[in-house]
Write a protein that binds this ligand. Structure first.
Ligand code: SF4
Ligand code: SF4
Length: 100
């Protein structure tokens, strides 16, 4: 399929894309700390439930899935000032760990 007449853009298979993975800080994200509903990250994701979805039995706490490609759209729309969702290397995992 031709996607750009000058070939400045080329089509790339979904599974060839890996810019990292979204990671969530559950000690800051609004629904994870019971400070209201949000879900902006889930709503904006172009890959849908394969990349990020709500925790089962809870409509608002987001959980990142392994098919996330790290595009960063979810980071752009997060309304929390500390940005509890960010893009990290896949090896760092989808949940931020806190050391004390
Ligand atoms: S980084 Fe992109 S693909 Fe991954 S959850 Fe966020 S919006 Fe979806
Ligand atoms: S957009 Fe930010 S605050 Fe809202 S659910 Fe996602 S990570 Fe949490």
């Amino acid at each position: 399929m031709e996607v750009c007449p000058t070939e400045a853009l080329t089509e790339t298979p979904r599974f060839d894309i890996d810019m990292g993975i979204a990671q969530i800080d559950r000690t800051a994200c609004y629904p994870w700390v019971n400070r209201g509903i949000c879900g902006a990250c889930v709503a904006i994701c172009p890959l849908g439930n394969r990349a990020i979805k709500f925790k089962m039995w809870n409509q608002y706490q987001p959980i990142v899935q392994k098919d996330c490609v790290g595009c960063g759209l979810c980071v752009e729309v997060c309304p929390h000032p500390s940005l509890p969702i960010r893009i990290v290397a896949r090896s760092e995992g989808t949940v931020m760990s806190h050391r004390v």
